[in-house]
Structure formats: structure tokens, C-alpha cells
Design a protein around this ligand. Structure first.
Ligand SMILES: *[C@@H]1O[C@H](CO)[C@@H](O)[C@H](O)[C@H]1NC(C)=O
Ligand SMILES: *[C@@H]1O[C@H](CO)[C@@H](O)[C@H](O)[C@H]1NC(C)=O
Ligand SMILES: *[C@@H]1O[C@H](CO)[C@@H](O)[C@H](O)[C@H]1NC(C)=O
Ligand SMILES: *[C@@H]1O[C@H](CO)[C@@H](O)[C@H](O)[C@H]1NC(C)=O
Ligand SMILES: *[C@@H]1O[C@H](CO)[C@@H](O)[C@H](O)[C@H]1NC(C)=O
Length: 456
């Protein structure tokens, strides 16, 4: 044990010595935050072949699944919102429009082999953010941000599945994909989050009713995706009528429900609003308990980070908890003073981790080590980017809405086309790569990790 610790310390020291410099971040200086965010964004886009010869707009390519690209362009939409720097706007718009798919609802045929509701939703949520922050509109003859978000919502509402479990969305859209019988929190959480935000933007109650329905389902004790202590568990299996819960907890699951709940608080009044206040506060407290562990104020991906076995997807999850915690302070301002110190210390720690590679500003996965941990990738860069730029939240306006600053044109019936994956699809065996790759990792964690997370 001692030996290993020493070896690790030595390793960190060597890595630190190797680094030319580190990312500087002074949270009291707006320009410093903007500069640090720019460096992290540049580092993320160094992985992007989308506008190189032969590159396809919107794809980062192996080992990054399609969904993470949607998340990354969402992060760049946030980047423009927070910093006003439009360097990446054109490349973002190009990618966001190139990947809309044949029915303008983020279901491109090329991706049908790994297209889950969550994968589709990460692009839809990026479009929703674009509408909320009044990101420059696409050309008039192209689908518009709000309509794209509505298209994703509409196609998912049509998939609400009562064949088992009394409701909920399945993880996968197509029955030929691994994970079709899994009902996960991120798919249902993204639907909840998107519905609440569409309700807030359009002032159309139908969306809020769907958000309510999704919350009721996820918190139904017989389903238990959200537990009594507001733990947000990964998922459950509909072959067992949703009685076999997979209890691992990820930052982004709590984050996606947190912003949805805060938005519902923002959109309700009276006793209903009181309920959403309780729920928002409880989710926030759960985030603090499970992801800022041992009294630390630095965000941690507790299910994989301490043992260094986070997969490519999971390396990006802290980006979304950061993003959604910051947005929560706008929707439900009474959360501000609890959230900001956590984003501040996490950003400072993330900046310290961004001290690797040839540039000396490559970001690592673990923010708690006081140095670069040797990891690098789109997720590491995106997480550092989001947590650092989130510290500019007090300097920007909250989301716009229709009639209140909104400039994006909607289409309430967008995306209601069928779920036909189209002629180009080739069925894949159940042993093949699964969607966002999460299930496979879960099975591995489940086997190796036993039930360690239950005792937290
Ligand atoms: C890719 O797009 C970005 C942003 O528009 C631009 O700065 C960069 O030069 C482009 N790269 C290439 C190789 O065209
Ligand atoms: C789909 O794949 C083909 C072949 O690689 C490529 O030419 C096309 O641009 C891709 N479309 C999208 C939306 O990614
Ligand atoms: C399946 O679960 C739902 C929701 O908990 C419940 O209402 C239903 O009765 C269950 N069906 C069976 C056959 O157990
Ligand atoms: C609801 O959210 C909007 C947008 O962020 C904000 O301007 C407004 O103050 C919020 N409402 C309340 C009651 O805090
Ligand atoms: C409200 O949203 C629902 C669900 O998409 C849609 O069917 C309805 O037409 C919308 N109503 C208005 C007034 O836009």
C-alpha cells in the first residue's frame, strides 16, 4: 500500500516536472476565466477532425460516440454564451445542422447502430441551449434550434412505453440494439430536463405535464430510479418489470434531474412549487453527498474515478453536472449560494489538473490530485471547460423564452416522423458495441465492484 502510494507520488512529480506550464485561473478576474475556458476549448477541439479534409462535420470519431459530440457542441454553445467569443460558432452550427438526420430530429441513419434516447437527447439538449441563450439562428432554409429540440421531444414522447413498468422510456430506440430492455435514468432524465425547458421557453403546459409524468414515474417506489434519499440510480430492466435496479450513481444523472426540477420550480406556483423546491433541494444535497465526497468541495466521479477506471463516456460526465448546476442557479436563484462555492473550488482544482502534455495545459480526469493525472481526451477537456466557464454565470442573463428575448422559431409538430432506421441500416448482433457504451461498463463495474456503492 505504502509502496504504491509512493510510486504514484513519484509519478505525479515526474509528470509535473515534465509540464511546461499550467492553466492559470483567477476566479476574481473575468478575463482570466475566459482565457482559461478558451484554452480548454482549444484543447477539446484539437481532437475534432470534423472540418479537416475527409472529416465529417459533427463527428469526433473513434473512440468518441456520436452522443458525446452533441454534448461537446453543447459545451461550445455555452462557451459563446459565457465568453462572447464566437470563434467556434461556425463550426458548431455546421456540426449541429449536419447531424440533424433525415427527419430533422437527430436520428441520422449513420448512427442507428448505437442510437439511444439519451444519445439523441444530448443533441436535442444542445439545440435547446442554443434557443435559450439566443445563439445565432441557422439560415432560414435550415431547421431552427427550438424546432430541433421540439422534434427530439416529440419523437421521444411517442416512445413513452407502457408495455411494462407502467411507463418510462427505454434506453435504446431500436430493438436490434443491445440495451433495448434497459430503462435508464439518463434517457428519462434528459426527456424530463428537455420537457421542463421546452415548457419554460414556449409557455406550453403540455411539456410541463410530460415533465411531471416522467418525474412521477422515475420516483415511483416500485421503479425507484430516483431513491428515497434522492440518489439517482443508473437504470433498471423492463424484462423484470423494472424491479431489478442497477444502483450505480453518476454525476450527470443527478445533474440532469437537478436542472429539470429547478426549471419546474421556476414554472410553477403555490403548493406545486413547494414540492419542486423540496425536490430541487434534495437533489442538490444528494449531489453534494455523493459527488463532493468526504467533505471535499471538489467534484468527483465517485463510481469510477477513485479507482481510475472511468471509460471514455464517463470521463465527460462532470461537464454536465457542472453545466446543469450553473444553470440551476438561474432557474432557482435560492440555490446560488450553495452551488457557487462548489463550482469555484472545482474549477480551481480542474485548472490545476490542466497541466499536462506538450502545451502544459492538457486537462486530466481527476481534479483532486493537485496535478495532471496523465489522462487526456475530449471528456477531460470538456469537463474542465464547463466547470471553469460556469463561474461566469453571474455575468450572463438567464435563458430567454418566447416573448421574452427568444429569437428561435419553433414547430410544435416537428420530428413526428417514424422510427424507421432506413434502408442503410445493417443489423448488428447483441454482442456488438452498445449505444453510448454505458451498459457494458456497468456490467463490468457490477461484476468487479460488487455492491460497494450501496454502503456509501
Ligand atoms: C475549423 O474551424 C475552425 C472554426 O471555424 C477554424 O478556426 C479552423 O481554422 C478550421 N480548421 C480547418 C482545418 O479548416
Ligand atoms: C454518413 O456516413 C457517410 C459515409 O461515411 C458520410 O459520407 C456522411 O457524411 C455521413 N453523414 C452524417 C450525417 O454523418
Ligand atoms: C409492473 O410495474 C408497474 C409499475 O410499478 C405496475 O403498475 C404493474 O402492476 C407491474 N406489472 C406486473 C405484471 O407486475
Ligand atoms: C425563472 O427563471 C428566469 C430565467 O432564468 C429568471 O429570470 C427568473 O427570475 C426565475 N424566476 C424566479 C421566481 O426566480
Ligand atoms: C403544445 O405542445 C404540444 C406538444 O408538442 C403540441 O401538441 C401543441 O400543439 C402545443 N400547443 C401550442 C399552442 O403550440
Amino acid at each position: 500500500m505504502k509502496l504504491r502510494t509512493t510510486a504514484r507520488a513519484l509519478c505525479s512529480a515526474l509528470l509535473a516536472a515534465h509540464s511546461a506550464s499550467a492553466l492559470e485561473l483567477d476566479l476574481d478576474d473575468k478575463q482570466s476565466i475566459k482565457d482559461a475556458a478558451r484554452t480548454a476549448a482549444d484543447g477539446m477541439m484539437a481532437f475534432y477532425p470534423g472540418n479537416l479534409t475527409g472529416g465529417i462535420p459533427g463527428l469526433f470519431g473513434d473512440p468518441y460516440y456520436w452522443w458525446e459530440a452533441g454534448a461537446a457542441f453543447g459545451a461550445l454553445i455555452d462557451y459563446w454564451y459565457y465568453t462572447g467569443d464566437s470563434t467556434y460558432n461556425d463550426v458548431t452550427t455546421e456540426a449541429m445542422l449536419f447531424q440533424v438526420g433525415e427527419d430533422d430530429n437527430y436520428m441520422p441513419q449513420n448512427q442507428s447502430k448505437s442510437l439511444g434516447n439519451d444519445d439523441q437527447a444530448f443533441w436535442g439538449i444542445a439545440a435547446m441551449s442554443a434557443a435559450e441563450v439566443a445563439f445565432p439562428n441557422p439560415p432560414k432554409d435550415k431547421p431552427q434550434w427550438l424546432a430541433l429540440a421540439q422534434a427530439v421531444f416529440n419523437s421521444q414522447a411517442a416512445r413513452w412505453n407502457t408495455d411494462a413498468c407502467g411507463g418510462g422510456l427505454k434506453w435504446q430506440i431500436f430493438s436490434f440494439n443491445t440495451g433495448y430492455t434497459y430503462r435508464n435514468s439518463i434517457s428519462n432524465g434528459c426527456f424530463f430536463n428537455l420537457a421542463a425547458r421546452l415548457g419554460a421557453y414556449t409557455h406550453n403546459e403540455t411539456y410541463l405535464k410530460w415533465a411531471d409524468r416522467t418525474w412521477e414515474w422515475a420516483t415511483n417506489p416500485d421503479i425507484g430510479l430516483i431513491g428515497e434519499g434522492y440518489q439517482v440510480y443508473d437504470g433498471t430492466n423492463d424484462v423484470k418489470n423494472c424491479t431489478g435496479l442497477n444502483p450505480v450513481q453518476w454525476t450527470y444523472n443527478t445533474g440532469v434531474f437537478l436542472l429539470g426540477a429547478a426549471t419546474m420550480w421556476n414554472q410553477t406556483t403555490g403548493p406545486e412549487q413547494d414540492l419542486w423546491e423540496t425536490r430541487t433541494q434534495a437533489l442538490l444535497d444528494a449531489a453534494v453527498k455523493f459527488f463532493f465526497t468526504d467533505g471535499s468541495t471538489i467534484m468527483t466521479e465517485a463510481a469510477c474515478e477513485p479507482r481510475g477506471n472511468c471509460n471514455v463516456d464517463q470521463r465527460s460526465f462532470k461537464a454536465y453536472l457542472s453545466r446543469w448546476m450553473a444553470a440551476t442557479t438561474k432557474a432557482a436563484p435560492w440555490t446560488h449560494d450553495q452551488i457557487m462555492p462548489l463550482l469555484q473550488s472545482s474549477a480551481q482544482a480542474a485548472a490545476t489538473s490542466c497541466s499536462g502534455g506538450d502545451t502544459g495545459t492538457t486537462c486530466g480526469m481527476r481534479w483532486t490530485t493537485g496535478s495532471w493525472d496523465g489522462d487526456t481526451g475530449v471528456g477531460e477537456q470538456m469537463s474542465a471547460l464547463e466547470v471553469m466557464q460556469s463561474n461566469l454565470i453571474d455575468d450572463v442573463d438567464g435563458p430567454v423564452s418566447q416573448g421574452q428575448g427568444g429569437i428561435s422559431k419553433g414547430d410544435p409538430s416537428a420530428g413526428t416522423g417514424g422510427d424507421d432506421p432506413g434502408p442503410s441500416y445493417e443489423p448488428v448482433g447483441t454482442g456488438d458495441k452498445a449505444g453510448a457504451g454505458i451498459l457494458t461498463a456497468l456490467v463490468v463495474v457490477g461484476i468487479l465492484g460488487g455492491a460497494w456503492w450501496l454502503v456509501r
